[in-house]
Design a protein around this ligand. Structure first.
Ligand code: BGC
Length: 768
């Protein structure tokens, strides 16, 4: 099934293929066809390509600032480099015919194939590679060339230091060494002093017969073993590369470790390495795969989203964030935004809750960074970074975009005014504890975060003596084009919810874990008087209500006084298509045109606070005025559309969010800043919209509840569920809902379907 002129998916919904080589698509295809495992991301490029083709191996936990502005992850030297030449002529996808590149989502395998005519010989090149989930440092690749005539080739196989790096060179020099058959390149990041080591061993055989390298060449930042190959008609030459990347944040001696991993890897065949990784993928898909019958595009884009959300998550660690672009490139600095808590993490709550837990422990580990930020800006408690790396200190630069008309940098205030990330972390902790019942997390980590955020919020709000209420002054809500606003409805309600959770947690711990609470109180210097002050803020914080006549909630104070126009009209006012629309002077600033869902975020996340008429009125007011310029937008509107029974609109939002990367709909460069790569929030949003939206999966008052709404085109929707100690499968058709409980469950599972309470014994199935 064709998704675009060049991109298609097969009937299984697992296999994506791009036809042709088009340099204009290189950024998108390289990201879409990424191999990864939460530790590393290797872009979907072919082995002979280099920096100009956006080749990059992005490694987690390697933050470095090379240009004095952007602290981002390092791209390591490329250990999967294979270049073939015949005389002066190179062989490669860019010169080839019938080029196709593919990604198999089931096994995380990238492949490429092309043909080329060289000196009258027809050659076919095929490549296959994956990033191992069995050993997160390991990559393996098989490169094969077949010729129909005699041909002499020079093959360079090794490590290429000329890779894509967005903002400066993070490894200014590398030490390159040959240890027998294994090559290595080791460098240290210039500013942060992290050592990054890659190692690679490439074996070359013709029809299964191994060839020795003629020489090792070390030049231009590249170390390769050069092998001369004489082929006769019908011969096939295979280069099998086993590679590893390790940093000094992983082990004391990363170079030794990388060489050892490669040494162990070459003891196994390529197929054995694939199988070991696939065993892990099997477990992942068993926990997460959602099956849609009747709509292959939705099926494929849903799997694509689940794949990318999973490989962007550092499931192996509890001290690393999910990047807004995952490990697909360095854009957005490999760091967490509020996206992590609202989009990426909730996709794991009912499937792999231990990943959600790790991410929330990460927030605990970064509390000191959040405390430093609060203190620096004159507040108390924990003010989480808008862009948060490994320490939690703010990574977002003061000048984020540029005025493309004047070339002057724009002072955006994401790093000082966009404070809703702190309450967002707390409301997600509340959801996590509610859904998983993980009281230990709350006692060991969550309570401290909630208390420190409550402390921050109290210091942030301002009391207005005349109105006798608290206000959130001078901030940015979700809609980033409107900076310096007051009482953004979403932010105020999230602040209220976070304070409520902190107060309730305090009450809960005082009866269930009094000792832990008194330890924590001592450590944080927390008194009953302070909790009373939180209560005072909670009870007197202004919560912009719905207008009694129109039902509308004002996005922020005096929003309705702004010019009321639609995005298309505003777009006509642009002088340059790359102009930034927002603060201080962009075309949207004095209008009601929003960048992304804002009031809709409130209606999605706090839907129970508002009657359906209010949801409806606000959906219809804000949706046409929203330009959906952020990848976060459609999922939120989709959730609200479902709640007001507008299924067709929800399907439209689902398709838009699910295909942002596949159809490459969002601009890669805005206001002079590169923000391309995989939009991981949209991936998490797609999964949530499918399972928690159409699939209707929820936790209501501590019970599992299923209230599905199936799109008319979907014959069925089936998804797995992890619920406390139980595993279930839910299958929804247009007429029935079947819940099947795993035979290994510890007892029956209680589920509410619509308004009916059912109990499903282990190993049985109940259909409603
Ligand atoms: C959006 C933010 C988002 C960030 C990272 C921005 O374009 O406006 O809401 O957190 O991208 O995805």
């Amino acid at each position: 099934v064709q998704l675009t002129d060049t991109l298609s998916v097969d009937q299984t919904g697992w296999h994506l293929t791009e036809i042709g080589w088009n340099p204009d698509r290189a950024v998108a295809v390289g990201s879409n066809f990424l191999c990864g495992n939460g530790y590393l991301g290797y872009r979907g490029t072919t082995p002979e390509q280099g920096a100009e083709d956006y080749v990059a191996l992005v490694v987690t936990d390697t933050y470095d600032c090379a240009d004095g502005l952007w602290r981002e992850l390092t791209t390591a030297p490329n250990p999967l480099f294979v270049a073939a030449r015949r005389g002066a002529g190179p062989i490669g996808a860019a010169m080839g015919d019938h080029v196709s590149t593919s990604l198999d989502l089931r096994s995380g395998t990238f492949s490429a194939r092309y043909e080329q005519v060289i000196d009258g010989a027809n050659v076919v090149v095929e490549v296959e590679r994956f990033a191992s989930y069995d050993n997160l440092h390991l990559l393996a690749q098989r490169w094969r060339l077949r010729s129909d005539s005699a041909l002499t080739l020079a093959l360079d196989v090794g490590i290429d230091g000329q890779v894509w790096s967005l903002n400066g060179d993070h490894l200014p020099s590398t030490v390159r060494t040959a240890h027998g058959d294994v090559l290595s390149a080791v460098g240290t990041t210039g500013e942060s002093g992290i050592t990054v080591a890659v190692a690679a061993a490439g074996s070359v055989d013709v029809n299964g017969e191994l060839l020795e390298a003629n020489e090792t060449v070390d030049a231009d930042g590249r170390i390769v073993r050069r092998v001369m190959v004489d082929l006769t008609a019908g011969d096939e030459v295979t280069v099998r590369t086993t590679a590893a990347v390790v940093s000094s944040n992983d082990v004391g001696n990363p170079a030794d470790r990388a060489v050892t991993i490669v040494g162990e890897g070459i003891e196994q065949t390529y197929d054995e390495l694939v199988d070991a990784s696939c065993l892990v993928w099997d477990r992942i898909w068993e926990a997460t795969d959602v099956i849609v019958e009747g709509d292959i595009v939705s099926q494929a884009s849903l799997r694509f989203s689940a794949y990318h959300n999973r490989i962007s998550a550092p499931a192996h660690s509890d001290h690393l964030p999910v990047g807004a672009r995952g490990l697909s490139c360095q854009a957005y600095q490999g760091a967490a935004f509020w996206d992590q808590e609202i989009y990426n993490l909730p996709a794991f709550l009912f499937s792999e809750p231990e990943i959600a837990r790790n991410l929330l422990i990460y927030r605990h580990r970064t509390l000191d960074g959040a405390r430093r930020k609060a203190q620096r800006l004159g507040h108390r408690g924990a003010f989480f970074a808008w862009i948060s790396g490994v320490t939690g200190d703010e990574l977002c630069p003061d000048f984020f975009f540029e005025d493309v008309l004047t070339g002057r940098p724009i002072r955006n205030h994401f790093n000082v005014w966009q404070m809703h990330v702190s309450p967002d972390v707390v409301t997600t902790i509340a959801d996590y504890v509610h859904i998983t019942g993980d009281e230990d997390y709350l006692v060991d980590f969550g309570a401290e975060i909630a208390f420190e955020v409550a402390r921050f919020l109290r210091s942030f709000v301002r009391y207005d003596d005349v109105r006798q209420s608290y206000h959130c002054i001078r901030l940015l809500g979700p809609d980033e084009w409107h900076e310096n606003v007051d009482d953004n409805a979403f932010t105020n309600y999230q602040t209220h919810a976070a304070l409520t959770f902190a107060i309730e947690t305090h009450e809960r711990l005082s009866t269930s874990h009094p000792d832990a609470l008194s330890d924590l109180s001592r450590r944080l210097d927390l008194t009953d008087l302070e909790i009373d002050r939180w209560r005072h803020v909670r009870d007197h914080l202004v919560l912009p209500g719905a207008d009694p006549e129109s039902g509308l909630i004002e996005q922020f104070d005096r929003f309705f006084e702004l010019e009321d126009v639609l995005p298309d009209t505003v777009a006509e006012r642009l002088l340059d298509p790359e102009e930034y629309w927002g603060w201080p002077n962009g075309v949207a600033v004095h209008t009601q045109v929003s960048k992304q869902a804002d009031v809709a975020m409130l209606l999605w996340l706090q839907r129970n606070r508002f009657p359906v008429e209010v949801l409806r009125a606000n959906y219809h007011y804000y949706e046409p005025r929203c330009s959906h310029a952020s990848s976060l937008s459609h999922a939120a509107f989709g959730m609200v559309a479902l709640d007001i029974g507008e299924v067709e609109a929800a399907v439209r939002h689902f398709r838009s969010t699910a295909t942002i990367d596949l159809l490459n709909t969002n601009d890669a460069v805005v206001g002079g800043t590169f923000i391309g790569g995989i939009h991981t929030a949209a991936c998490g949003g797609t999964y949530q919209l499918a399972v928690q939206g159409f699939g209707g999966l929820q936790c209501l008052d501590g019970r599992l509840a299923i209230r599905p709404v199936l799109p008319p085109d979907w014959a069925s929707l089936t998804y797995p569920v992890r619920w406390r100690d139980h595993r279930l499968s839910v299958a929804v058709t247009q007429t029935e809902i079947a819940v099947t409980a795993d035979a290994a469950n510890p007892g029956p599972v209680e589920v509410t379907i619509g308004d009916r309470a059912i109990s499903v014994p282990a190993g049985e199935s109940v259909t409603v």
